[in-house]
Ligand binder design. Structure first.
Ligand code: FES
Length: 127
């Protein structure tokens, strides 16, 4: 599956899992969580919440410590910027980030996680 694109299969396959109550979402606009082995980054954009795999497609750095501005997150390692809604690399230098469907259900931010654990290609490098 191509990163950055939510396919119809991905919209229906998997399990909706709770991440955090919307009322407790940090004002700083991002929240990271580890669920089922996945490293998830939830970001608040102007148009709602977005969920991304917390792994830069370039050299697997965690993006959760990156700066978020104008709908994009910047990788703290080499500065690539990714659109938080689509996961696409702005400028196109690298592959897109993997994104996950996200919803707010009864006040809880939930993401649709695959039923399979992440592969090595999905995990960030821990410094
Ligand atoms: S690891 Fe993110 S830009 Fe290089």
């Amino acid at each position: 599956m191509e990163p950055g694109i939510v396919t119809q299969d991905q919209k229906t396959a998997g399990t909706w899992v709770p991440v955090v109550a919307e009322s407790r979402f940090p004002e700083s606009a991002a929240c990271s969580a580890r669920i089922g082995g996945w490293h998830i980054l939830v970001v608040r954009g102007d148009d709602g919440f977005h969920a991304l795999n917390d792994r830069c497609p370039h050299q697997a750095a965690r993006l959760s410590t990156g700066r978020i501005r104008r709908g994009a997150i910047m990788c703290p390692l080499h500065g690539a910027r990714f659109d938080i809604a689509t996961g696409h690399c702005i400028g196109g230098a690298y592959k897109a980030m993997r994104i996950f469907p996200v919803r707010v259900h009864q006040g809880i931010i939930e993401i649709l996680l695959p039923d399979t654990p992440p592969g090595m290609e999905d995990l960030p490098v821990t410094p």
